[in-house]
Design a protein. Structure first.
Length: 85
């Protein structure tokens, strides 16, 4: 992430399919997702690249999976896929 955006957390946005996935989650699952999104927002560049699409990042931890990409300046994270066990 560029130096000038460090210290500020990026804004998180969801594409329509990911929003639909979030709406289907329970309250407990949403809490898990919120915690994961906080970790991702703290340092998105620390998340491993997706296996098949280098522009995407693939976060997987404690039953939560979030696939996302960051805008050029890193100020917005666009979530494309959400899965919570």
């Amino acid at each position: 992430m560029p130096e000038h955006t460090r210290g500020r957390r990026p804004r998180i946005m969801f594409v329509d399919p990911a929003e639909t996935q979030v709406r289907a989650l329970s309250t407990v699952q949403i809490a898990q997702l919120d915690a994961a999104l906080g970790e991702i927002a703290a340092d998105p560049s620390d998340v491993k690249p997706h296996a098949t699409a280098s522009a995407l990042r693939d976060y997987q931890h404690s039953g939560v999976r979030v696939v996302f990409y960051a805008t050029a300046l890193g100020s917005i994270l666009v979530v494309t896929y959400v899965e919570v066990d």
